[in-house]
Design a protein around this ligand. Structure first.
Ligand code: IPD
Ligand code: CA
Ligand code: CA
Length: 258
C-alpha cells in the first residue's frame, strides 16, 4: 500500500480531532509539565492518539512526526501533526487553539489542514492549487509599508533563559508597525497571514509540526515563507520562520538580519 491522502482526508481528520478539543474545552484537565512552563494536557494526548490511530489504519506505511510521540522525519510519505497548537491557551480557558496536520511527499509539503474548532474555521492548502478558509480562497494582504502593517510573533518555552530570545525584535517591530500580536498558536498565526488578517509573522525557534501545515497554507495564499535568514527551508534546523506578504517580507528580513 502507500496511497497518498487527499485534501478531504486531511479535512476529515482535522475536524474530528478539533471536535475532541472542543468537547473537552473547559472540562477537568490533567496537566503534566515537560519543562518549567512547557505543559501538556490529557487532551493533547487524546487528539494525538486519535490522529495517529487513523493515519496508521488508513495509511499503514506512512511515517508520522507528531509533537507528543515524536517519530521520524523525511519518509517518502511523511505526516506532521500538532494535535493541539495553543496548549497554554487551552489550559487557561483562552479559546484560541487548533489542530494542525500536514502531509509531505518525498520531502515536499503537499497538503495542509488547520482547524480552529471554537470559530469553526477550517484552513486548507494544497501545493500548486491554493489555500482556502471554509471554502473561500485566501490571499495575503497588500500592505506595502511596515508603518501600516499588523504583525504577529511568538516565544518559545525556553524564553526565561535563552540567549537568542525574541524580545529585541519584538520591541523593534512594535516601534515601526501598527502593532505586534502574540496569539499563542503558531499554526493560527500562519493562517491569519494567509488570510490577510496579519501582514507578517516571524518566530525564532519552532518544530516541524508547528509550521508545516501553516507554512504551506501561507505559501499557497501568496506569502513568501522562509527562515529568518531568508532560506526557503522553514522546517529544517536551525529552525525559524518568516512569513509575510511579498512587499513586507524583504523589509522584515532586513530587520531580522541585523
Ligand atoms: C506553541 C505555540 C506558540 C509558539 C510556541 C509553540 P504548542 O505550540 O505554537 O504560539 O510560540 O513556540 O511551541 O506547545 O501550543 O503546541
Ligand atoms: Ca505547537
Ligand atoms: Ca502542541
Amino acid at each position: 500500500m502507500n496511497f497518498s491522502p487527499n485534501l478531504p482526508d486531511l479535512e476529515r481528520l482535522a475536524r474530528q480531532a478539533g471536535q475532541i478539543l472542543r468537547d473537552n474545552y473547559e472540562k477537568d484537565l490533567q496537566v503534566e509539565y515537560k519543562g518549567v512552563i512547557d505543559l501538556v494536557t490529557h487532551v493533547d494526548h487524546l487528539s494525538e492518539d486519535f490522529l495517529l490511530g487513523e493515519i496508521a489504519r488508513q495509511f499503514p506505511d506512512h511515517q508520522v512526526m507528531s509533537e507528543e510521540s515524536g517519530g521520524a522525519d523525511y519518509g517518502e510519505h511523511q505526516w506532521y501533526i500538532d494535535p493541539l497548537d495553543g496548549t497554554v491557551n487551552y489550559a487557561h480557558g483562552v479559546p484560541l487553539f487548533c489542530v494542525s496536520i500536514a502531509y509531505a511527499r518525498r520531502g515536499q509539503l503537499v497538503l495542509g489542514a488547520i482547524y480552529d474548532p471554537m470559530r469553526d474555521e477550517l484552513f486548507l492548502g494544497e501545493r500548486g492549487q491554493g489555500a482556502w478558509c471554509n471554502g473561500r480562497r485566501l490571499q495575503v494582504s497588500q500592505a506595502t509599508s511596515l508603518e501600516k502593517s499588523l504583525l504577529v510573533t511568538g516565544f518559545p518555552y525556553d524564553t526565561w533563559y535563552a540567549k537568542r530570545n525574541n524580545f529585541d525584535y519584538f520591541v523593534k517591530f512594535a516601534r515601526m508597525t501598527q502593532g505586534v500580536r502574540r496569539l499563542g498558536s503558531a499554526a493560527i498565526d500562519l493562517c491569519y497571514v494567509a488570510a490577510g488578517r496579519f501582514d507578517g509573522y516571524w518566530e525564532l525557534s519552532l518544530k516541524p509540526w508547528d509550521v508545516a501545515a501553516g507554512g504551506l497554507i501561507a505559501l499557497e495564499a501568496g506569502a513568501l515563507v522562509t527562515n529568518v535568514d531568508g532560506h526557503p527551508g522553514f522546517i529544517q534546523p536551525p529552525q525559524s520562520i518568516l512569513a509575510a506578504n511579498p512587499n513586507l517580507h524583504p523589509l522584515m528580513l532586513e530587520h531580522l538580519k541585523q
